[in-house]
Write a protein that binds this ligand. Structure first.
Ligand SMILES: CC(C)(COP(=O)(O)OP(=O)(O)OC[C@H]1O[C@@H](n2cnc3c(N)ncnc32)[C@H](O)[C@@H]1OP(=O)(O)O)[C@@H](O)C(=O)NCCC(=O)NCCS
Length: 363
């Protein structure tokens, strides 16, 4: 048995074959079509396998993302397609592969790692915790919006640069190219809904589905709130059945509008997050506080605990996973009853950090 190591270019078809058998048995497309930026030959150095006599036994892939937000630019290592051959499970292979992915994430200066799973306890052993916020709205019924002069379309042949232009206006997004946007638009089972101005400019877009995942879920969208609401109303009428819109917590205006409509609201987590380079992230956060005029922010890692607070109003945190929630939420500093009101007001200028990963970036 050898590895964990990156597959050689000549081994990529074999790795994809392994993943397709294990994770996409029912699908008529390759997993590479679903994650075009993760399973490309220029991301081979971020794939990890354990192999034996030419057979892949265990795999995981890392996709580093640069996420821009109003206060902090993060480097995030998204990890996915974690799988071990059935007869070789329980031998520590996935743990080894994951440990190597996390080492690589750390060496590439990622602040955090993130993954999406329902095996919470498996990843908690490795220091991941459910964190960050996601608000989803099930659009139960048709709803009206004030009249708008827009043309709606379900044609998926949309120029990637038009989508990219609206995507770029988000306050929190990953650094992408137009070429990547073109690849994402070609993912199997993708439905594209668009709203167009009379002059032919794209006013809003919404993306549903991503390979075997996210059918019935709008996981990417863009445009002004009023145009998006008109598009969401069109989608409900078009589908003639409920569907779900996924939103970051900081999309406050859109969330306020959606709450007024016939919706069911669910508050969830962005994903499972692990701190990878705490000191680097802490330096970014402290810089963000200083830019707000708060120079006495304390965010320190000691051998067995963290110290967090402002000035003399400090709090000791013993678990790294508690620290993840204090930084990325969900957290209500007021309800915790730990800090003085003055401290809470200062903390809330930056924390919880605005963090979001749009659906096309999840792996
Ligand atoms: C989950 C999976 C990747 C684990 O692979 P593996 O190589 O068997 O994992 P390891 O041997 O490194 O770790 C196994 C350990 O995790 C534990 N574990 C496995 N699945 C678990 C789960 N669902 N919840 C909690 N612990 C779990 C085992 O009990 C074992 O613990 P031990 O070391 O104390 O005995 C593997 O079962 C698999 O391929 N499943 C199908 C694909 C899948 O669901 N992938 C996850 C997608 S996010």
């Amino acid at each position: 048995m050898e590895g964990p190591r990156s597959p050689r270019e000549t081994e990529l078809p074999q790795v994809l074959d392994f993943l397709n058998k294990k994770l996409r048995n029912e699908a008529s497309w390759s997993i590479a079509a679903e994650y075009p930026t993760a399973f490309s030959s220029n991301n081979l150095h971020n794939m990890r396998i354990i192999a034996d006599e030419g057979h892949v036994l265990s795999h995981a892939v890392l996709k580093p993302l640069i996420i821009k937000s109003p206060h902090v630019i993060y480097k995030v290592g998204a990890i996915g397609s974690v799988v071990t051959e059935d007869q070789h499970r329980g031998q520590g292979l996935s743990t080894q592969v994951m440990t190597d992915c996390l080492k690589s994430a750390s060496e590439q200066s990622c602040d955090i790692a993130i993954l999406w799973t329902d095996l919470f306890d498996f990843y908690r052993r490795m220091g991941f915790e459910l964190a960050g916020s996601e608000i989803s709205f099930v659009i139960e019924d048709n709803f009206d919006v004030p009249p708008v002069n827009l043309r709606f379309s379900t044609d998926s042949k949309v120029a990637p640069d038009a989508i990219y232009r609206l995507y770029s206006t988000h306050s929190v997004n990953s650094v992408r190219t137009i070429e990547e946007t073109r690849k994402f638009l070609a993912i199997p089972q993708t439905k594209v809904y668009t709203a167009w101005e009379p002059n032919g400019q794209l006013a809003a877009y919404a993306i549903e589905g991503k390979g075997v995942d996210l059918g019935g879920y709008i996981h990417e969208w863009g445009g002004s709130v009023s145009k998006l609401m008109a598009l969401f109303s069109f989608i409900r009428a078009q589908k003639n059945q409920p569907y779900t819109i996924i939103c970051p917590r900081h999309a406050k205006n859109l969330i306020n509008e959606l709450r007024r409509k016939p919706v069911t609201v669910n508050e969830g987590y962005l994903g499972m997050i692990k701190l990878v380079n705490f000191d680097q992230l802490a330096a970014k956060i402290k810089r963000a506080f200083r830019a707000e005029g708060i120079a006495d922010i304390v965010l320190e890692k000691h051998p067995n605990h963290f110290v967090f607070g402002i000035g003399q109003d400090l709090f000791t945190i013993n678990n790294e996973t508690d620290m993840v929630r204090l930084l990325f939420g969900p957290v209500d500093y007021r309800a915790m009853d730990l800090f003085k009101e003055e401290t809470i007001q200062k903390l809330e200028k930056i924390l919880p950090l605005a963090m979001w990963i749009w659906g096309w970036d999840s792996i």
